[in-house]
Structures are given as structure tokens and as C-alpha cells.
Design a protein. Structure first.
Length: 249
């Protein structure tokens, strides 16, 4: 089954993989790929590149919002096979190398197994390669600057820690788009609500930090949110962050 794709603006596509999204930013046939889904999503990643008229060889860079297995799945494959550079926040670089792993544990999943949706999500994650090691050999930090990266789409990295220490969103100010990763989502199989929200607590490395990062989202101009989980959210990003804060309180 092919991944579902939503073109949200000229040169901007949100791709829905198996429970996880990635974003393709295009300029001609060159692209920036933001996240890469599960290991089991690889064919969907390749198909989505073809669907926008590109190819793995034309990926100028992979940008990682954070180094959880459901976002890192094909980053090393692209790097090793095509020489694609992989960038993340400097605090996330050792996480991508797997110097350590800050990710929900099997024990925490079992403790929360009584919650609606948790066990079906866990089974799906296992089948999609959620426990398969996917370290990136040579991830690089993107510049610690508020300036756009010199890549297709000109994304601006925005540090939004909490879900992981080095989690980053990406702002496309001219398009009014925020790629929010897992710091602000619109749905999740383990959540009972739809709309802007934080992920359930068990997924966050630092819940206080995740709540504090909502302040950062509130300061970003934009009216389209591209989350790591859930559909495109259209509406004020500021109001989306406020809604997530209210739900978490």
C-alpha cells in the first residue's frame, strides 16, 4: 500500500506512513526530507520521493526532528547508499548515533497497556521495525542559527526540547508552515482526542520541557502545522499550541 500524501503548499508535501509522517520539500527535482518513518516504511519513503518527481539520489539532506526509531528508520540507509547528509540539533546528534536511547521502553508500554489503543499501537510498531536498531553513523549538527538552512525549502530549525533533548521543529516562515515533529501533534493511535496536542506522557523524555516548548510554538508565525503524527492542521499555530497546553493541564 502506498503512503498517503498531502500537498499543503507549492513544494511542500506531508506524507503519511505507518502511523508516522515525514515531509518532502522540493525545489525542482532536489528535495529536503524531514524524517524518514519506521524502518518498515522504506518503500513508502522511496515511493513518495518518486511521486513528487524526485529520487533518493536527489535528496540534498535528511533533517531529523528527533532520533526515535519511527522517525529515523531510513536515514542511515540514505546516508550509506547515496551519501546523503543527515542533520539534527547538536543535542540530538549523539542520540541519532545511539550513544544513548531516550525512547519509551517495553516496560513502560506494558504498564500503560490498559489504555485504549496502546497495545494495538505497540504491535504495529513492532511489525514496522520499531525495535530494530537504526543508528546513523555520521549525523551532523545543523548550524545553531535562526537563519534558513541552505537546502530546498529553506527550513529554519527551531529547538523544541522535551520529547527528546534535541527535538527540533522546522519553520517555513514565507509559507506560514511549521513542521512540528512530535513536539506538537494532531492525533496519535494511543490518544483519545484529535486536534493539536502533546503526545501521551509516556513518550516524552522531559514532560516539563515539552510543555515549555509550547511557548516556542506560540511565538512562530504560521497557519499550517505539519505534525509527526496525525493529519495536517490548518489554523493558527499559536492557537494550536495553546490548545495543546489546555489539554495537557
Amino acid at each position: 500500500m502506498q503512503a498517503r500524501m498531502s500537498q499543503v503548499a507549492e513544494g511542500v508535501h506531508l506524507v503519511h506512513g505507518s502511523n508516522t509522517n515525514w515531509v518532502i520539500l522540493t525545489e525542482g527535482d532536489a528535495v529536503t526530507l524531514v524524517d524518514t518513518g519506521y524502518r518498515g516504511d522504506r518503500e513508502k519513503v522511496l515511493e513518495s520521493l518518486s511521486a513528487v518527481g524526485s529520487s533518493p539520489r536527489a535528496v540534498a539532506a535528511v533533517l531529523i526532528t528527533h532520533a526515535h526509531n519511527d522517525h529515523l528508520g531510513s536515514a542511515e540507509y540514505l546516508s550509506r547508499t547515496y551519501g546523503t547528509p543527515v542533520y539534527a540539533h547538536e543535542a540530538e546528534v549523539p542520540h541519532a548515533r545511539r550513544d544513548f536511547l531516550h525512547q519509551v521502553t517495553i516496560g513502560e508500554i506494558l504498564e500503560n497497556g490498559w489504555r485504549p489503543g496502546v497495545l494495538p499501537w505497540a504491535v504495529h510498531a513492532l511489525r514496522s521495525g520499531g525495535t530494530t536498531p537504526v543508528p546513523v553513523t555520521s549525523p551532523q549538527p545543523f548550524p545553531a542559527t535562526a537563519r534558513p538552512l541552505d537546502l530546498p525549502g529553506r527550513p529554519v530549525p527551531v529547538h523544541t526540547p522535551g520529547h527528546t533533548e534535541g527535538h527540533s521543529a522546522f519553520h517555513l516562515p514565507e509559507a506560514g508552515i511549521v513542521i512540528s515533529g512530535d513536539a506538537l501533534v494532531s492525533a496519535h493511535p494511543t490518544s483519545r482526542v484529535n486536534g493539536p496536542q502533546l503526545l501521551p506522557v509516556m513518550f516524552d523524555h522531559d514532560r516539563r520541557g515539552a510543555l515549555a516548548s509550547l511557548d516556542t510554538f506560540e511565538a512562530l508565525s504560521g497557519d499550517v502545522l505539519l505534525p509527526g503524527h496525525g493529519p495536517v492542521h490548518r489554523g493558527s499555530v499559536r492557537e494550536a499550541a495553546q490548545c495543546a497546553r489546555e489539554l495537557a493541564s
